[in-house]
Structure formats: C-alpha cells, structure tokens
Design a protein around this ligand. Structure first.
Ligand code: AMP
Ligand code: GLY
Length: 426
C-alpha cells in the first residue's frame, strides 16, 4: 500500500515509524510531516486540514490508504470526504469525531448511557453561566470550552474570581473562537490519570497498553496545561482489575452508545480517565491517538500496525493480531523556551545524529529542514522515547538521550515518570 499520513507532529512520526516496518507498506507520504518524517517518505506541502489538497495528492501520488491522525481534520470531516472519493481511511467520520469535537455532546452521551463521568451543567450564554457560578459552593470548578482548543480549553478555577475570568475569556473574549459558544462547568475529580488508546471498528474494541501523560509545563505538575510534556507506558495505576472495570463500565458502553446514536466509531478512540475514589471516570474522549502517548504506546507494539489499521477500516478488528511487549517505555518532550506561551522558532538542533542506546527513538514534532539543517519550528520540538525492561530503566535511558540533544531555549521537565515510579515502589 501507498500510505499518506495526515499531520506533522510527534504522534505522526511515531505512527510512521511503526507503519514503515509493515511489509504491507510501500511508499509513505505526509501532509505536511516534519524533518523526522522526511527520512521515511515524502513530505507534501499541505496543511493537515486541507481536505481538497489531501484528496488531490492521493490521486496524484497513487495513495491507497490514508491515516488521518489529528483531531481538527477529523472533526471537519476529512475521513468522510476521502471515503467518498473511494479511498480507504483510518479515522472516524465527522459524526463520530463529535465525541471529541463537542464536549457537550460527549457529556450528554455519557449521561444518557450511564457512563461514569463528572457531574456537569451546560451553558450557551454568559449571563446564566455567571449566575450558576456565583452560587457554586464546591470549588475548584472545572470550566471547559465546548469545541476544540488545542488541549488548552480547560480552566480549573480555584475561586469564584478565577471562574469568572475563565468564563469571560472563553465566552466573551472568545479566545478559542466558536469553540467557546457553549461551556461545560463540571465537578472537580481527583485521582491518578490514565490514558487508554483503543482500536475500534465500531463493534469490537481492543485497548492498547495504558499510558500516563504529564500535561503541565513544569516539574511537580506546576505551570500551565500543555499538549503533553512526557509520557510513560504502561501506567502503574492501571491494574488488571481496573482495566476489567473500565472495559465493562466505560469502553464497551461507549462503543455501544456511539453505535446506538447512529455514529459508529472507527479508528483510535482515546479515553482520558481519572481513577477516582468512586471508581474510574471519563475526563475526556479524543477521536484520535494521543500525543505524546502514541510515542510510548507504539514503541511497545509488537504486531503490525498497518495490518491492525486495515482491519479497523474493513470492520474485522476481532480477527486482528494486537500484541504489546511486556516492557516499559518513556518519552521526554523537548519544547521551545516559553511553550505553551510565546516561543521562537528556527533554532538549529544538534546532537540528533549522536549514538543513542538501543531502544531509543527520537520522534520529531516541531522540526523543519532548512538548508540541510534541522531547526525548531513549533512548541513541542522532539519526543525522546526509550523502551527498556523496566520503567526506571526506560526513564533513565530517555533522559540520557535527551541530554545529548541541544537547541537554544530547550525546555523540558526533569520529573517525567517520578510519580509513577514512586507508586511502583510502594
Ligand atoms: P482535557 O483537555 O479535557 O484533557 O483536560 C485537561 C486536564 O484538566 C486533564 O488532563 C485533567 O488533569 C484536568 N481536568 C479536566 N477535567 C477535570 C475534572 N473534571 N476534574 C479534575 N481535573 C480535570
Ligand atoms: N496528550 C493528550 C492528547 O493527546 O490529547
């Protein structure tokens, strides 16, 4: 197959590395890719949301199979448009992608089908939202913009003032545009967070190895929320017992609910879970692979990713071979100084050609090639990933490799895995 991967981040580089290993894969194309994917195939100068451009490129390049990795083209209906043109696609259609595209939709779905999640209320105008929050008694309150917001549309308000500021910026100043036309205000939950990415063809659901993201910018889970500063897999809080409970109370009911609603979900369904004292609850759904969860999860995949994806597309996932290694993996994100706020780009990256230990993979995210050099081009620049027999070893290996890579302003967390390792020691 000639395969086109839509997107250009670390997730897409990690998917590409796995797909490239498949005997089913002939040529790889990227829309738009990055400096890392350029080594695996051809980068096309297309925006990830350019539906017509991607369709035309598929025709021109003889592409058979398209993997739509990011949320925005999926929510816009790229999978529908490509399927209409006769292409085979990995990724949900527009109606199914609503599970991430609208938090109001997701919350109402969970309520209707009894899927455990935080209690909530929905508002489509500021006056009623302000009124509700004025009488709120159980701070912190969690305020979420309805639509996509680059993972930044959540405000955890400790006080009434912070809640009012959050509502104002989302609903009045519209810092996330139309995504803030509605908001969800929900109860604050506590407990360890777990990410579980699952393959599903709309009937069968197969969870991948669990993972843990580190969403805050700075050590000790301080600072603003980011797209994710590092990950590890498997997540030690996600025991076999918890996994069984999630399958019964969350995963299967979600697949059934989407089918029941006439929105069968085909692709990778991402469950952001919190293991609360009252049991596992859904914090969010994503309609795609997580970034940087994919970097660790696919590092541990032992079977053929392209074969699994094909099975999802064809609705025969129940027959697919999905196997993960019993090892562990860790990913340390190297970001541009200032991320997730303002940052500069165009900084030359050195040390990429260095000799890394066996089991290390450096996935590119915000990188570009300029006059033969690799330079920074985004907030999250690289995901330095390592696989090893234990989580401790994987973390050490990833940091040893990350130390060898340099660019001006390089910013990273030094405590990826600490919380998980402490839990394992107990
Ligand atoms: P999201 O963009 O939905 O992934 O939210 C970002 C982060 O906000 C999550 O990873 C959680 O750490 C936190 N969060 C979201 N919803 C809640 C909630 N109801 N209670 C506590 N924390 C939350
Ligand atoms: N790492 C979180 C996400 O992909 O949404």
């Amino acid at each position: 197959m000639n395969v086109l991967i839509v997107g250009g981040g670390g997730r897409e580089h990690a998917i590409a590395a796995a797909v490239a290993k498949s005997p089913l894969c002939q040529k790889l194309f990227f829309a738009p890719g990055n400096a890392g994917t350029a080594a695996l195939g051809e980068n096309l100068p297309l925006k990830a949301t350019d539906i017509d451009g991607v369709a035309a490129a598929c025709r021109e390049k003889g592409v058979d199979y398209v993997i739509v990795a990011p949320d925005d083209p999926l929510v816009l209906g790229m999978a529908d448009a490509l399927e209409e043109k006769g292409l085979r696609v990995f990724g949900p259609n527009r109606k199914a992608a609503m599970i991430e595209g609208s938090k109001v939709f997701a919350k109402n779905l969970m309520k209707k089908y009894g899927i455990p999640s935080a209690r909530y209320a929905v508002f489509d105008n500021c006056t009623s939202a302000y009124e509700y929050i004025r009488t709120y008694t159980k701070f912190p309150a969690v305020i979420k913009a309805d639509g996509l917001a680059l993972g930044k549309g959540v405000v955890i308000a400790q006080t009434l003032g912070e809640a009012q500021d959050g509502l104002r910026s989302i609903m009045e100043d519209k810092i996330f545009g139309a995504s803030g036309n509605q908001v969800v205000i929900e109860e604050f939950l506590t407990g360890p967070e777990v990410s579980v990415l699952c393959f599903t063809d709309g009937k069968t659901i197969v969870p991948m190895v669990s993972s843990m993201d580190h969403k805050r910018a700075r050590d000790g889970d301080e600072g603003p929320n980011t797209g994710g500063m590092g990950t590890l897999a498997p997540n030690p809080f996600y025991t076999a017992e918890v996994a069984q409970e999630c399958m019964r109370t969350i995963f299967l009911p979600t697949v059934e609910a989407m089918k029941e609603e006439g929105r069968p979900f085909k692709g990778c369904l991402y469950f952001g879970l919190m293991l609360t004292p009252d049991g596992p609850k859904v914090i969010e759904y994503n309609c795609r692979f997580g970034d940087p969860e994919t970097q660790v999860v696919l590092s541990l995949l032992e079977s053929d990713l392209l074969e699994i994806m094909s099975a999802v597309t064809d609705g025969r996932l129940s027959q697919a071979d999905v196997r993960f290694s019993g090892e562990a993996a860790a990913c340390v994100v190297l970001a541009s100084g200032g991320y997730p706020g303002k940052y500069e780009t165009g900084k030359e990256i050195s040390g990429l050609e260095g000799s890394f230990e066996e089991g290390v993979a450096v996935y590119h995210a915000g990188t570009a090639l300029r006059e033969g050099k690799t330079v920074t081009s985004g907030g999250r620049v690289l995901g330095v990933t390592a696989r090893a027999a234990s989580l401790q070893k994987a973390v050490e290996k990833a940091y040893a490799a990350a130390d060898k890579i340099h660019f001006s302003g390089k910013q990273w967390r030094t405590d990826i895995g600490r919380r998980a390792l402490n839990a394992l020691r107990k």
